[in-house]
Design a protein around this ligand. Sequence first.
Ligand SMILES: Nc1ncnc2c1ncn2[C@@H]1O[C@H](COP(=O)(O)OP(=O)(O)OP(=O)(O)O)[C@@H](O)[C@H]1O
Ligand SMILES: [Mg+2]
Length: 210
Amino acid sequence: MTKENGRFVTFEGCDGCGKSTQLKLLSEYLQQEQIEHIFTREPGGGKISEAIREILLSGKNAEMGDECEALLYAASRAQHIKDRVQPALREGKLVVCDRYVDSSFAYQAFARGLGFSFIEKINAFALEKFLPDVTIFFDLSPREAFARKKGADADDRLEQAGLAFHERVYEGYLSLCEKYPERIVKIDARRSIEEIAKEVLSVLKARGCF
Ligand SMILES: Nc1ncnc2c1ncn2[C@@H]1O[C@H](COP(=O)(O)OP(=O)(O)OP(=O)(O)O)[C@@H](O)[C@H]1O
Ligand SMILES: [Mg+2]
């Protein structure tokens, strides 16, 4: 849990599970209700972090080693916390982040096979105390997500890794849900956009986020 005044919420799930779609709807709700908040994303969310994002996601860097990738994600996260997350939480705002440390667990620890303890170690250093208060996991299998997103993001290095990789990501997320049942709330993301949005609001309200 964070020691600042604001609440920290993260959205997680496989590529194409609907995170950005739900962020947009949540954003509309929060604006309408005049709830002070910021939206941010990982990797990225600041000048330096966005520069690291470009290196990470560029199709030109296909030869990047898994260790380098994991360290860059953690480095980007450390800077993102300093630049955006911590200042907003200090001001008592709600911070909603599209992907965060659980993406490193699912992608680097589980799918790339670097192991949980290594990713935990480098992220403990990067995160300090900034663990989310609530994480929403949008539960949609990669097969279903791929079908929705067909054709998009052809240049994305992670998309090129193929379905088997994304299946491991998905399994990783399911293990994280078991490991952190207090923090991670699993939402069935196969339903309509409106039904999911409703549940997101009710989960966040029930957890005292607004
Ligand atoms: N509940 C839903 N039912 C049907 N289609 C959906 C649903 N939610 C999102 N989509 C569609 O699925 C596609 C992927 O959604 P979106 O971009 O929100 O996923 P994402 O999790 O942000 O993906 P990424 O990890 O690549 O950023 C979009 O075309 C979106 O319109
Ligand atoms: Mg997205």
